[in-house]
Design a protein around this ligand. Structure first.
Ligand code: GGG
Length: 334
């Protein structure tokens, strides 16, 4: 059986980390065919579209997509919409899975194995924004629906049911945001009742931010809304070496799924060959697991751990290895 993987480098360091991850995938001896597509700010400046139709077609045709990074401008640009938000909406990729597992790096925290299940289609990222009062008041609507919450809640509990600890922490701010987070909490607790073998608890988001620093090992699966999940997962990545090593998956009920390092385009270091490829390589491992190549996924994870244990470290981890030296150290372990 042959596998088709669509590669989208995107902007900035995406152009460095995706080729590194592709060479790791290519070294596994699997019958993989790579296709290539464009998306992102550079693509918008060249083609007038940040997510062209040809890219959407290539993603639909592939078994899965590995995406690098995007660099959206801070100010509104007519006709431009972040391709990551567009892909998540278009393909109904309701779940953003962000695992944080301890890695053998200097200063890295031990005993962490948690998974943040972030709602990926609504919340403050719904794009419902406007200016009023002659532009002096900005209003961003935070949309929480029972349907999307039920979907993400069920995904979190299903994933927790397959993990050794079988625990879910429902994270919200229902004491203050009584409508939006009240609904999120209510629906998640209702879903929890369908999973009697999974231990459910709830926590306010600010307390969760504190406990992640103080005792991250206490968490198994965290389910939360879009922005909270975005922030908490970056915080969690900080415990194990930072954004350079953090992978993620964007999945839904359909065939299309895409996998990306949590980091963005990192314009400050782009083009220098020093970006850490581990976030992209571990995202490739998540992709493999998603399409059923679980042994290959485990091999990639073991190779990353072994390369780090040998002391090969990029600059963000306190070493001096380049992107390609880090990739070569992982390939050697494979
Ligand atoms: N690989 C994930 C990524 O590119 N993150 C940066 C991001 O999502 N930025 C929002 C955007 O630029 O549209």
């Amino acid at each position: 059986m042959s596998l088709t993987i669509c590669l989208i480098e995107g902007d900035g360091v995406g152009k460095e980390v995706i080729p590194a991850a592709a060479s790791v995938l290519g070294a596994l001896g699997l019958p993989i065919t790579f296709t290539h597509a464009q998306a992102g700010w550079e693509c918008f400046t060249q083609q007038g579209d940040a997510l062209p139709e040809a890219t959407i077609t290539a993603m639909r045709a592939a078994d899965a997509t590995l995406f690098g990074a995007t660099q959206s401008p801070m100010a509104k640009v007519e006709g431009y919409r972040s391709p990551v938000l567009a892909m998540r909406k278009l393909f109904n990729l309701h779940a953003n899975l962000r695992p944080t597992r301890s890695l053998p790096i200097p200063g890295g925290r031990e005993g962490i194995d948690l998974l943040i299940v972030r709602e990926n289609t609504e919340g403050l990222y719904s794009g419902r924004e406007r200016r009023e009062d002659d532009g002096q008041t900005a209003i961003t609507e935070r949309v929480i629906t029972a349907a999307a919450t039920e979907r993400i809640g069920r995904t979190a509990f299903q994933l927790a049911a397959r993990r050794p600890r079988q625990q879910v922490t429902i994270v919200h701010k229902a004491n203050v945001i009584k409508e939006g987070d009240g609904l999120f909490r209510e629906v998640c607790l209702r879903v929890a009742a369908e999973f009697p073998n999974v231990q459910a608890s709830e926590m306010l988001v600010d307390a969760c931010a504190m406990w992640l620093v103080r005792d991250p090992a206490r968490f198994d699966v965290i389910v939360t809304e879009n922005l909270f999940g975005d922030i908490l997962s970056d915080e969690a990545a900080g415990l194990i070496g930072g954004l350079g090593v953090a992978p993620s998956a964007n999945v839904g009920a359909g065939k299309v799924a895409y996998f990306e390092p949590v980091h963005g385009s990192a314009p400050d270091i782009a083009g220098q060959g020093i970006a850490n490829p581990i976030g992209a390589i571990l995202s490739a491992a998540m992709l493999l697991a998603h399409i059923g190549a679980t042994e290959a996924a485990a091999r990639v994870e073991r190779a990353v751990q072994a390369a780090l244990r040998e002391g090969v470290l990029t600059r963000d981890l306190g070493g001096a290895a380049s992107t390609s030296e880090m990739k070569d150290a992982i390939l050697k372990q494979l």
